[in-house]
Structures are given as structure tokens and as C-alpha cells.
Design a protein around this ligand. Sequence first.
Ligand code: SF4
Ligand code: F3S
Length: 107
Amino acid sequence: MTYIITENCIKCKYTDCVEVCPVDCFHEGPNFLVINPEECIDCSLCEPECPINAIISDEDVTDDNRHFLEINERLSKKWPILTEIKAAPKDAKEWENKADKLSLLEE
Ligand code: SF4
Ligand code: F3S
């Protein structure tokens, strides 16, 4: 089991989630975060921290967000670890709950 970050985080990146993780398995890209599924211990602490519900358990994936399993696994190998909260993008609010943000993901 692991938790993963899904589409709603793209261009919002609030980073509230990173501070509670006991094993520091969040990785930061230009406009998105991912969780390393090999390090995540399924403690669930991060899930309620995200103000826009972008974090889910892999037990709750659906056909609509299944591709984020691969995205979290692949990009966590590439991006650096983030452990401290930082300022969100200035326009983060405007991107909350917008559909079809995947094409905007910067790898
Ligand atoms: Fe970290 Fe726990 Fe969230 Fe996994 S479920 S990413 S271990 S806080
Ligand atoms: Fe993204 Fe939510 Fe964390 S927007 S950075 S998953 S707090």
C-alpha cells in the first residue's frame, strides 16, 4: 500500500502535506508533488493535510486517476525530496478543482 498525489495538486502545490510525513517521502517538481511509493509507510497522516484533497490511498484509485500511480513512482525517482512547507504559487487558488490539468504537469 501507498498514498499518492493526484491531479488536483498540479499548479496548486500547497505543500501542507510534507511536514507531517515521518519518512520524508515527498518529492517536489516545478508545479506538482509526488510520493515515493517505495518509502511511504501508509500512515495516512498526510491525507487530511491537503486542503484540496489531492492525496489518496492506492486502495481508492479509480479508472480516472489510476495513471497517477505510475506518475508518483516515476517522478519520485527524478525529483528532490521536500520536507518543509513553502509558499504556494500566487495563482494557486485559481487552479483549485480545475479539470484536465494533467497536460500542464511540468516534469
Ligand atoms: Fe508520508 Fe504517511 Fe503520507 Fe505515506 S501516508 S506519504 S508515510 S505521511
Ligand atoms: Fe499538493 Fe495538497 Fe500537498 S496541493 S503539495 S498534495 S498539500
